[in-house]
Design a protein around this ligand. Structure first.
Ligand code: ZN
Length: 280
């Protein structure tokens, strides 16, 4: 059995939130065995704790939101993705606003922060969740699904479907190791349709989005350079890796078609409930 992992040192960064546009200080800190991943809202009285577990997911529109002890954090999926790819069991995340910094709109900066802080093995064994069957959730109109198959390793296969003729259907399949994650997934950003940006902003979304951290496209193509020709599906994989960490750490093969945070977190809730049931 592998042992639990945490950071060797603390490390911090500053930036603005993707949706809120609010300035934020984020600090990742080592924590004790069995601590899990916990956010602490340092801007609120008594710095309430929010455990990064599927049971605390309360909203999934455009980003994943967690709530506990009267406090919330949202758009946590890119940070969670880097923590999952590095198989970090225990980490305290001090955050001075409700949203982590967007940075490059991907997870490469979070990945590099974890690598620079260093990773240490701890005295206790990791509680790896063993999947007893295939877990699957579908949306109501049968156009999207995500499932987790028992698998000796961590692998993600994803089909993304976009109506834009220049994007269309993209498929990617990766065995997730730290090297592959860093090279093939962590630099991938999400996309925004130029026509929709004003509407998003009027809803108070995407206020920290820029041409640097989001791929903006219109009817003719991209307004910025792509990091990969199939960057969208790679970002979808980045997101699903983040959302799945809310269930814990487990070996699985994720197979998904067009799923987003709503389906991903429903799957994570089912696996988290299974993990609790076998632990008790
Ligand atoms: Zn994302």
């Amino acid at each position: 059995m592998p042992r639990q992992r945490t950071l060797r040192n603390k490390i911090s960064c500053v930036g603005v939130g993707l949706h809120s546009g609010k300035k934020v200080l984020l600090e990742l800190k080592p924590s004790d065995v069995d601590g899990g991943i916990i956010f602490l809202r340092t801007d609120l009285p008594a710095a309430p704790k929010i455990h990064a577990t599927a049971a605390n997911v309360t909203a999934t529109v455009r980003a994943t939101t967690l709530e506990e002890n009267g406090a919330k954090v949202f758009t946590i999926e890119h940070l969670m993705s880097a923590l999952n790819a590095c198989r970090i069991d225990n980490c305290e995340i001090e955050i001075s606003a409700e949203e982590p910094p967007v940075l490059g709109g991907n997870s490469i900066d979070f990945f590099r922060m974890i690598q620079s802080a260093g990773v240490v093995e701890q005295s206790a064994e990791r509680k790896v969740i063993a999947l007893d069957k295939i877990y699957r959730v579908d949306d109501d109109d049968g156009k999207r699904f995500v499932m987790a198959l028992p698998y000796d390793g961590f692998r993600v296969s994803f089909v993304s479907v976009n109506p834009h003729p220049l994007i269309g259907i993209q498929y990617a399949d990766f065995e997730i190791t730290e090297d592959i994650y860093e090279r093939e997934i962590a630099p991938a950003r999400t996309i925004a349709y130029e026509k929709e940006i004003d509407a998003l902003r009027s809803m108070g979304l995407g206020l920290g989005g820029t041409i640097e951290n989001v791929i903006v496209y219109n009817d003719d193509g991209w307004l910025n350079e792509l990091n990969y020709p199939d960057e969208l599906v790679r970002h979808k994989i980045l997101d699903v890796i983040g959302d799945m960490r809310l269930a814990g750490i487990f070996n699985c093969h994720i197979v998904a078609a067009a799923s987003g945070h709503a389906l991903n977190t429903r799957l994570a809730k089912n696996i988290y409930a299974h993990a609790l049931s076998i632990r008790n």
